[in-house]
Write a protein that binds this ligand. Structure first.
Ligand code: FMN
Length: 277
């Protein structure tokens, strides 16, 4: 199916885009207005986009029903500071409650039972329950149609002890983040769903195009299997292959099936030796 966004209703295109561009992390944004009234709202049009200085971007859109600006956008124009709190599974139901359209001036910390914690450098409070909190200043708010793209610089970052490992780095297995998909769907990033992909070789992988045809065009190996083989820095030498001298009885099918299982265990060198021996 191919869709030209200009030919369908923008809300309908939104349902396709948000189901496809998923999962998205959630910026739980705390802001204040000129009178010091606090606001707290979630935004999943959000990401970390710049390293030096550290830059976050998120996007409160205008309200669908009347085109008016959301309280968060109005507050950011009044006081260009925000705390972006991140959302883990223990907070997800309360976070969702804050997305109700409460009138300006209503403090969603109170509505949803979150605890305000004083920030060090900005005026909006942090969400105490959130395991990561970024105090930010707003650099720019750029409007495109309904979108307000808010560009923020992180001035101070807070990380809860319970997500850190012994080297004071974040242990991804301890984080339990949630992310938003399309409609009512969320993802929970838990140890059962996490896996690692080693970074490509710094010396450059040989590439799938350099694998022999009988491997490259094998019907038994998947794209993921070939991706691992293409990441090898070089093919094994004749000498290295000698050490893999095989039982001649093995069929081609058995050889590929053993290689596939080695690739499944990330034993990539062993797999290529088996395939070429
Ligand atoms: C998980 C989640 C993510 C959301 N992401 C966005 C978003 O990226 N942009 C947006 O305009 N609204 C988003 N919303 C809806 C706003 O949170 C909602 O309109 C809220 O009432 C805005 O509050 P405010 O008027 O106090 O700023 C999201 C809601 C939820 C529950």
């Amino acid at each position: 199916m191919t869709i030209d966004p200009k030919n369908i209703d923008s809300r309908e295109f939104y349902t396709y885009a948000t189901s496809a561009i998923a999962p998205r992390p959630i910026a739980f944004a705390s802001t204040i207005d000129l009178n010091g009234n606090v606001n707290l709202s979630p935004f999943s049009f959000f990401n970390f986009v710049g390293i030096n200085p550290p830059i976050l971007v998120f996007s409160p859109n205008r309200r669908g029903k009347d085109g008016s600006q959301k309280n968060t956008t109005e507050n950011l124009h009044e006081v260009p500071e925000v705390v972006i709190n991140l959302v883990d599974y223990s907070m997800v139901q309360q976070m969702s409650l804050t997305s109700c359209e409460y009138p300006k001036g209503v403090n969603e910390f109170m509505k949803a039972g979150f605890t305000e914690e004083k920030s060090l450098l900005v005026q909006p409070p942090r969400v105490k329950e959130s395991p990561v909190q970024f105090e930010c200043k707003v650099l720019e708010i750029k409007e495109y149609g309904t979108a307000n793209i808010v560009v923020c610089e992180i001035l101070m970052a807070h990380f809860a002890e319970h997500i850190l490992d012994e080297n004071r780095k974040i242990d991804q297995l301890k984080t339990d983040w949630v992310a938003r998909l399309g409609g009512d769907w969320y993802a929970r990033i838990s140890p059962e769903t996490l896996f690692k992909v080693p970074k490509p070789s710094t010396k450059q992988g040989i590439g799938i195009d350099k694998l022999p045809d009988f491997i490259k065009y094998s019907t038994q190996l998947s794209g993921n299997d070939l991706g691992k083989l293409g990441n090898l820095e070089s093919l094994p030498t004749e000498e290295e292959l000698q050490q893999f001298a095989l039982n001649q009885d093995i069929t081609q099918e058995e050889r590929f099936s053993k290689a596939k299982s080695l690739l499944g265990k990330n034993l990539v060198y062993e797999a290529i030796c088996l395939l070429l021996s």
